[in-house]
Every structure is written in structure tokens, then in C-alpha cells.
Design a protein around this ligand. Structure first.
Ligand SMILES: Nc1ncnc2c1ncn2[C@@H]1O[C@H](COP(=O)(O)OP(=O)(O)OP(=O)(O)O)[C@@H](O)[C@H]1O
Ligand SMILES: [Mg+2]
Length: 367
């Protein structure tokens, strides 16, 4: 994939590579174009290169190869403090000996702003995160969530056009994290700033982002809005990384356009939608989301594919039930169904027929 900066491309990574030791590339040919006002999340497992990309954009690391553009200008040689980028990191320490107000004033002093303007901006930034009353406290006198809000205010206080956030909510408990996700998103929408956000929490990525770049092994595996990432994964890594997924192994028996007939390892044939499949005979993994599987296939429209399954166990999860099944010789097949009144009870050992629509079965690369 090559970056195609449109008129509104604000950040562009153009064939960017990074190696720390001169041997291994931890970022491999990154091409990414981020629009003005976009909320873009880099999501991926530990070590996949997310922070490295953010550090190169911030200017704390240099690219080994390629160019980074900000608002159309190459910033490879621009030092961090001249890039006008706001930053929030996990446990990004506030200065402990300074009050909240002084912490916020600091980046403005560095920029040579007058006292009156500094005061005005600090007040505005604190109001933005509803922390106006805490101006004279020291960081140690604040809760974790409040400190993180101050860190956010400090990143926004000089009106940056671009804000980078690296796991900013990682240290907070679940409830506070969800609340802050909402606040950050609301601030983004209100201020119209461009945000590049890094997380390895897929739920966080799905709820906050305009687009998500899924990273693995130094490469973007897929770049798409949250719904397409979940519903149209382009490879097995993305299918497995985002949400729960069933992966049935098989071989492409027939291929016509994007329609494939797949022979599963136990010999059974199923229809699937071919994604980046080139030819017959190719190995494949068929991805099916657990909630797209029905265990009353007779109630589904005629084109449903049905298959035998044996119930292994059923886990009660309140609003839904999660059944683990043996399908086509694989023991790890999961089906989720709603816990509605009068729902049939499945029990271990029971043989059932399940079904799904062929468009919900995606034949991807083998794992
Ligand atoms: N300063 C450094 N010197 C040498 N190697 C580094 C340095 N920083 C990161 N790396 C290596 O580069 C790779 C990518 O690291 P990076 O921090 O970008 O990953 P990440 O996706 O942010 O992971 P995490 O989710 O754990 O924060 C890793 O293999 C890491 O060990
Ligand atoms: Mg990181």
C-alpha cells in the first residue's frame, strides 16, 4: 500500500523504515496518510512498532529511511519542540514540585508567551478537562484519573493541531478508563484536532477511532474504520486480533471471483467469500464470527450453510451464552447466542446442526 496524500492529508508517513540496531527493521515500509481532524488509532500487540512510529512523528526518534510530512512539509530535520505537537503518554509524569497551574504554564513559557496570555490559556485548558478548581494543587494531591486529565490539558494548552497519545489510559481502572475515553473523544470532536492514538486495547480502539491501523511485526496489516475491520478482516491476523473469531482450516477447492468452495480438513465442503485468495489448491483459514453462527439453521433464509456440530461446553455470560463446539474435527469452535426467554438449553455431548451465511465465512490466508 502506498500513501496517497489527498488535499486534507495532515500527517504522511512515506516509505518509513526504522531500525534501532542497523539490522532488524522494527518498522517496515510504513505508508500512512492521516487526514486533518481525524482520530487515528495504531492498534497492535506488544513490540509491533506502535510507539516507535509515534516517537518518529514526535521527533524523539529518527526514521532510518523514508519521509514524514506534517501539513505538507518534511519534518525529518525539525526538532520535537518546533513541531507544535501535543503529547500524552502512559504515566507521563507531571512535574511533582510544580502546581497544576505551573505544570500547564510551563510549555507556554518555553514558547515565550506573556504572563497574561499564559494565565488565560491555562484557565481555558483546565476548564476543558473540568479541573479548574485544582489549579493550585500539586500532582501528588490528585487521583490517577485527575493527573491524567491534567496531562491531557497540558498537551492541549498551546493549541496544537496534532496530539499524540500513547496508551494514555493504561494505568487507570476500567470505569475511569471508559469515562476518559468518552472525554477524549468529546474533546477531539469539539476542538477538531487531529489525534494519533496508540493502544493495544481493541475495545478502546473500536469505540474511539475514525480509522484503526492494525500493526503486527512492524507493518500495517489493515487500515480501516472499526466496523469494516471487524466485519471485513483482510487477513487471519486481523480476524484473530479484533474480536473473537473462529478459524476453520482447509484448502480452496473451487474459486470463481470472490466465491470459494473450501474443503475443510475433515473433507467437508463449505462456501465462503474469498479474500486475497489467488488460486485453487491454496491453503486457507475460514473466519466466522461466533455471533454469526445460528443453531436453528432451519429458521435462516435458504442460502445458509449448515454443518454438524457437537457441544463441548456452554458458558453462561448473563446476556449471552457462549458454546464451545466441535466442528469439522476442530474443538475450538465458538458460537454465541442471546439468552432469551425460552431459549433451548444446549448440553455437553449433544449433537446439533448449526448454520451461517456464506458471506459471513471469509476464506483468508492460512495461519
Ligand atoms: N530504544 C530502543 N532501542 C532498541 N530497540 C527498541 C527501542 N525501542 C523499541 N525497540 C524495539 O522495537 C520494537 C518495537 O517496539 P515499540 O516500542 O515500537 O513497540 P510497541 O508496539 O509500542 O509495543 P508495546 O505495546 O509493548 O508498547 C520492539 O522489538 C522493541 O524491543
Ligand atoms: Mg508502546
Amino acid at each position: 500500500m502506498t500513501a496517497q496524500p489527498g488535499n486534507d492529508a495532515f500527517v504522511v508517513f512515506d516509505h518509513v523504515q526504522k531500525s534501532y540496531d542497523g539490522q532488524t527493521l522494527v518498522v517496515k515500509d510504513l505508508n500512512l496518510s492521516i487526514g486533518k481532524g481525524e482520530f487515528l488509532t495504531m492498534l497492535g500487540p506488544s513490540g509491533s512498532g506502535k510507539t516507535t512510529c509515534l516517537m518518529m512523528l514526535a521527533g524523539f526518534e529518527t526514521a532510518t529511511h523514508g519521509e514524514i510530512l506534517l501539513d505538507g512539509k518534511n519534518i525529518n530535520d525539525v526538532p520535537p519542540h518546533k513541531r507544535g505537537i501535543g503529547m500524552v503518554f502512559q504515566n507521563y509524569a507531571l512535574f511533582p514540585h510544580m502546581t497544576v497551574g505551573e505544570n500547564l504554564s510551563f510549555p507556554l513559557e518555553v514558547r515565550g508567551m506573556s504572563k497574561s496570555e499564559r494565565e488565560e490559556r491555562v484557565t481555558r485548558a483546565l476548564d476543558m478537562v473540568q479541573m479548574g478548581k485544582f489549579k493550585n494543587r500539586r500532582p501528588a494531591q490528585l487521583s490517577g484519573g485527575q493527573q491524567q486529565r491534567i496531562a491531557l490539558a497540558r498537551a492541549l494548552v498551546f493549541d496544537p493541531k496534532l496530539v499524540l497519545m500513547d496508551e494514555p489510559l493504561g494505568a487507570l481502572d476500567k470505569q475511569l478508563r471508559e469515562h476518559m475515553q468518552f472525554e477524549i473523544k468529546a474533546l477531539h470532536d469539539r476542538l477538531g484536532i487531529t489525534v494519533v492514538y496508540v493502544t493495544h486495547d481493541q475495545g478502546e480502539a473500536l469505540t474511539m477511532s475514525d480509522r484503526i491501523a492494525v500493526f503486527n511485526d512492524g507493518r500495517i496489516q489493515q487500515l480501516a474504520p472499526p466496523p469494516s475491520l471487524y466485519e471485513q478482516p483482510e487477513n487471519s491476523f486481523v480476524a484473530g486480533f479484533i474480536g473473537e473469531n473462529n478459524a476453520l482450516r482447509g484448502t480452496i477447492q473451487e474459486l470463481q471471483g470472490d466465491k470459494a468452495l473450501v474443503r475443510l480438513t475433515n473433507g467437508e465442503l463449505i462456501d465462503a467469500t474469498a479474500v486475497n485468495i489467488r488460486e485453487r489448491g491454496q491453503e486457507t483459514t475460514v473466519s466466522i464470527r461466533p455471533e454469526r453462527v445460528e443453531f436453528k439453521p432451519e429458521l435462516m433464509p435458504r442460502d445458509a450453510h449448515t454443518i454438524e456440530a457437537k457441544v463441548r461446553d456452554v458458558v453462561y455470560m448473563g446476556d449471552i451464552l457462549r458454546a464451545r463446539l466441535c466442528v469439522a474435527g476442530q474443538d475450538d469452535f465458538v458460537m454465541k447466542y442471546r439468552n432469551t426467554l425460552g431459549q433451548v438449553k444446549l448440553s455437553p455431548g449433544q449433537s446439533i446442526r448449526i448454520g451461517w451465511h456464506p458471506e459471513d465465512a471469509r476464506a483468508l490466508d492460512p495461519v
